[in-house]
Design a protein around this ligand. Structure first.
Ligand code: SF4
Length: 630
């Protein structure tokens, strides 16, 4: 057995320990690949699931797409894991990394930006530096250089979108980095992508990558618990203020270049700018996700949307007349026509299988038309594919079952496997549920939470992640901890995520306070992370328009939305957060969850049953004894 005792991994890889559970998973993956079936599997932390699927993939010789949830994991797979496995197997496999087009510099747009009157003077030296780099780069991957660090907004100017790419009409097409990356991917045996790119292509919004999917023999979705949410985003139709602003910028450049004698075009542009500004004003700048049905009845919103629709139509018609003047305006005309169609779809009569909502933020607003369920659409892609599909994650099951995940994606026939973590949780960990009087929604909950957390943080000598379900709780607790705790605090928002993690790794007694972004994809091994505190059970926001529509659909079908949706989603999130604690056989630590509903409510049992088998206590003395015993 390649991953077993005496195999090439044990012989050649420092610190590699053969694990029965990993070998078992590798064997099931190999069978699934061979039979072109669907496998849905949870592999607990420490199983070694990455090697367990890479080894059968690389030995099968099948053309495979591996998709992960984030670009960081994508880079890790491509730059670290795949080369290790190829070396150990002695294979010279052709692998490719494919990212979304916003990761590659667009030679055409860069060149235009460098001479455009629309770009501010202060940006010109940076654009010149980018041109010098782009001329010598092999990949055009912006990760190669730190040039955009001081001006991240420039990324939108020097990269392309599916909408504004000129495709084969582009004068730089033959040298285009996006085209080259896609050609390399099409020729490779194994292509590493991320879920966003995969779903963008499933929806055929991109061109060029689409031929990869039908040709793949196997598709592996790692971090598959993120798939339903990402699929929901990509199966939505959307229209944002930012899209319009960027399109308007391109139309202006096109008008100057190709139709300077058409003042009507500039006038129509100005009208649309004004209508977008009015909409922005009536929607407000307070961040929120709000149901369209509850907004559109307001007189101000109704007037602003009517003006917006009219301005969109006027510009669309004017641009259609100008489209024959050149490539730029022709491309803009196509893009605007597509956006107008989306707007017409959004403002048409409601469809009960879709939910319309608006995401408002300080600088942007986006209209969304989202399917209430992605099940039939995803199942359709699965059914039409000839490939083997393997969906894996450390957090897919709820109380040992996959029903929630399977029904969200409409998967009716799949082999299901659950491999528990090989870690000895009974010895390595302790779950502490402090006996708080208050439940999370009650006044002064955060005060009581911090009072309970302080002695635990002292017993662990810092070395902790304090994970929150909301910025509000984080801010309240951070203010108290600043006054009352002597250990260095690393607080989300005070530095970029990667910098906070770097500081945590180099600080002996650090306490990192963070929200959702720190619940997943963070791997801190050893004593530096000995305590994870979670403020409360991570139930979703009850008035989220998409969650509400999904709950209503479940209730209308006679089922219980809390049991079918709210609870399983919260359990999956809690498992992710809790999973930060024990990352290695030598790790030890305490998980504190400051939510007494775990003990008081009947559903608390479902959370406890889904967590790794940690001993549970409500006594602070047990926590102190756990740390003092080390
Ligand atoms: S083909 Fe598209 S992405 Fe490539 S250089 Fe041209 S406009 Fe940019």
């Amino acid at each position: 057995m390649l991953l077993g005792v005496g195999g090439p991994f044990e012989r050649e890889l420092d610190g590699f320990q053969p694990r029965e559970v990993q070998q078992e998973m590798a064997s099931v993956v190999a069978t699934t690949l061979q039979r072109q079936e669907v496998l849905v599997c949870e592999a607990g932390t420490g199983t070694g699931k990455t090697f367990a699927y890479l080894v059968p993939v690389l030995t099968s010789g099948l053309k495979t797409i591996i998709s992960t949830a984030t670009k960081t994991l994508q880079d890790q797979l491509f730059h670290r894991d795949l080369p290790i496995v190829c070396r150990a197997l002695g294979t010279d496999c052709d692998i490719a990394l494919l990212k979304g087009r916003q990761n590659y510099v667009c030679l055409y747009r860069l060149e235009r930006a460098a001479v455009s009157a629309e770009v501010e003077q202060r940006r010109l030296p940076l654009l010149a530096a980018m041109q010098r780099w782009a001329e010598s780069s092999d990949s055009g991957d912006l990760e190669e250089v730190r040039l955009l660090d001081d001006d991240p907004a420039l990324r939108g100017v020097v990269t392309s979108t599916t909408d504004n790419c000129l495709g084969q009409d582009c004068p730089r097409y033959d040298e285009c980095f996006v085209v080259k990356a896609r050609r390399a991917a099409a020729a490779a045996d194994v292509v590493v992508v991320n879920h966003h790119l995969l779903f963008a292509d499933l929806m055929l919004r991109e061109t060029g990558f689409a031929e990869l999917l039908p040709n793949a023999d196997a598709i592996i979705l790692d971090e598959a618990h993120k798939v339903p949410e990402i699929a929901s985003t990509f199966f939505s139709h959307s229209l944002s203020a930012q899209q319009l602003v960027s399109l308007n910028r391109d139309i202006r450049v096109g008008a100057d270049d190709e139709a300077p004698d058409m003042p009507a075009l500039k006038a129509a542009l100005a009208n649309l700018d004004l209508a977008v500004a009015m909409l922005r004003q009536v929607l407000g700048s307070q961040a929120r996700r709000v149901d369209w049905a509850s907004l559109r009845d307001s007189r101000a919103v109704a007037d602003a949307t009517q003006d917006f629709g009219r301005a969109l139509l006027e510009l669309d018609e004017t641009l259609e007349l100008a489209a024959a003047r050149g490539n730029l305006l022709a491309n803009c005309s196509e893009r605007l026509a597509a956006l107008r169609l989306r707007w017409e779809g959004f403002s048409a009569t409601a469809d009960e299988e879709r939910v319309r909502w608006v995401d408002v933020s300080q600088r942007n607003f986006t209209f969304y038309d989202t399917p209430v369920s992605v099940a039939s659409e995803f199942a359709g892609h699965l059914a039409s594919s000839q490939a083997a599909w393997i969906m894996t994650s450390a957090t897919l099951a709820v109380e040992g079952r996959f029903d929630h995940f399977l029904s969200a994606l409409g998967i009716s026939a799949a082999r299901q496997e659950l491999w528990a973590s090989p870690f000895d949780y009974a010895r390595q960990s302790l779950l502490y549920i402090p006996p708080l009087k208050r439940e999370p929604r009650e006044t002064d909950f955060e005060r009581e939470l911090v009072d309970a957390a302080l002695p635990v943080l002292r017993a662990s000598r810092g070395r902790a992640f304090f994970l929150f379900t909301s910025y509000r709780s984080l801010d309240l607790c951070a203010a108290m901890l600043r006054e009352e705790l002597d250990y260095p605090l690393l607080i989300q928002g005070e530095a970029p995520r990667s910098e906070l993690l770097r500081r945590f790794q180099t600080t002996d007694t650090g306490v990192l306070l963070g929200t959702a972004t720190f619940w997943e994809g963070v791997d801190v091994r050893g004593e530096r992370l000995s305590l994870v505190i979670i403020d409360k059970l991570p139930f979703g926001v009850p008035d989220d328009p998409v969650a509400r529509a999904r709950s209503a659909a479940i209730a209308a079908a006679g089922d219980n939305p809390f049991k079918r949706l709210t609870l399983p989603d919260a359990i999956t999130t809690l498992k992710q957060g809790a999973g930060r604690l024990i990352r290695d056989v030598a790790d030890h630590g305490v998980l504190m969850i400051g939510d007494v509903r775990l003990k008081r409510k009947s559903y608390g049992r479902a959370f406890l049953n889904s967590l790794p088998p940690m001993p549970v206590t409500q006594q602070l003395e047990d926590v102190e004894a756990f740390f003092h015993g080390r």
